[in-house]
Write a protein that binds this ligand. Structure first.
Ligand code: GLA
Length: 373
């Protein structure tokens, strides 16, 4: 007889992305990994119909009663959890019972390292294990995406959830977001290291602007695919075809499409360069990616541009770009390991002088995806 578990702990990591930004929902390639910053969720059955969720760091808690209809909350973060529970109750009716869940985290929120997906995936994975719901990793990935799309209202791609569920220590994931084929690539950048610098600019605008980008890309694809029907997604349309639509598309939509096509090519090229140990060449593509995100895709901000420009003055840094959705959050930098401490001090001082904001540095190592202890 299999004893069902009474208590489990789930560790759900944040994700970084080396290159391939805003291409996941356009069916292109991304190159993410998980980092060793995570959300830790401790679950315990409580023999009732109630779910008691609390966070240690923010000292917040709330309760749901599974025997009553469950509604959306006015408190934003609670909806990530409510969304998962509602979704699982639809998928596996009558299987879910009450539990206590205590959440700890060393994952900065709003930094573009996907704390929201880590939370959603963490709750789904925990409940799945606690109540033996038989949901596979793929089920969890799509469930998490569905919660974000239909309950939270962010029309994101699959990159974050996929990475959180499938990542491996010291590996990057080269993921084709159309077919979901993927392969692991060694993430050994020695003597360089990945450094994240959190601008600490709250990215408030980002949700609505994000969905606007999704619409603009769909719009570009609709127009182009009327003439070129062999393409199924925007990211796979070659740059030279996009050029033909310069007059037909409005300027913004044209720029978005051009960026997506170029970024997809950069990502494919980057995977090859990293595999061959050609880190300087990869670094240049990181800079190109940032230029595109700033000028064509328009998801950067002053603070992030300042950080990327500042890095260009230091030969110890091979590349730097904004990471994640944009409008704030982090830059990801490829930097000589022996220069990390000196650089953090230097850029933090300059950043504070200019913006009166504290820069936060995260020297992450690349770690395994979600796991149950
Ligand atoms: C957010 C979304 C992802 C992806 C990135 C940008 O993190 O959740 O799906 O689109 O932005 O690359």
């Amino acid at each position: 007889i299999q004893m069902s578990k009474q208590k489990i702990i789930v560790e759900s990591p944040g994700r970084i992305n080396l290159i391939g930004e805003h291409v996941d929902y356009n069916g292109g390639f991304v190159l993410p990994a998980a980092i060793d910053k995570k959300i830790i969720l401790s679950f315990k059955k409580n023999d009732s119909s109630k779910c008691n969720i609390s966070t240690l760091k923010y000292n917040k808690s709330f309760q749901l009663d599974l025997s009553h209809p469950i509604n959306r909350s006015d408190v934003h973060w609670e909806n990530y959890i409510i969304g998962v529970i509602k979704n699982i109750m639809n998928l596996k009716p009558g299987k879910l019972q009450g539990f206590d869940c205590v959440i700890e985290s060393n994952l900065p929120v709003g930094a573009g390292i996907s704390s929201s997906s880590a939370l959603i995936c963490g709750i789904a994975k925990g409940v799945n294990e606690l109540y033996n719901l038989d949901l596979s990793d793929d089920d969890l990935i799509f469930l998490a995406k569905d919660v974000e799309h239909n309950f939270i209202g962010l029309k994101g791609g699959i990159m974050d959830q996929f990475t959180i569920c499938k990542a491996k220590k010291n590996k990057l994931l080269l993921l084709n977001c159309t077919s979901l084929d993927y392969r692991y690539i060694d993430a050994n950048f020695y003597p360089y290291k990945i450094l994240l610098l959190n601008s600490n600019v709250p990215h408030k605008l980002s949700d609505s602007e994000y969905n606007t980008r999704v619409k603009e890309c769909n719009n570009a694809f609709d127009v182009i695919s009327k003439k070129y029907f062999k393409y199924n997604f925007l990211a796979e349309i070659p740059e030279k075809i996009i050029y033909e639509f310069k007059d037909e598309l409005n300027d913004k939509v044209y720029n978005r499409a051009l960026y997506v096509s170029q970024e997809n090519q950069r990502t494919i090229k980057s995977a090859e360069l990293i595999s061959k140990g050609l880190y300087s060449d990869f670094g240049r593509l990181m800079y190109d990616s940032h230029e595109g995100l700033k000028n064509l895709y328009e998801v950067s901000c002053d603070e992030l541009d300042f950080m990327v420009d500042f890095s260009k003055e230091h030969k110890e840094i091979l590349g730097s770009r904004l990471m994640g959705g944009g409008f704030g959050g982090c830059t990801i930098n490829l930097i000589l390991e022996s220069f990390v401490d000196e650089y953090i001090n230097k850029i933090s001082d300059e950043y504070y002088k200019k913006y009166s904001i504290n820069l936060e540095s995260i020297v992450g190592s690349i770690s395994d995806g979600i796991c149950v202890i």
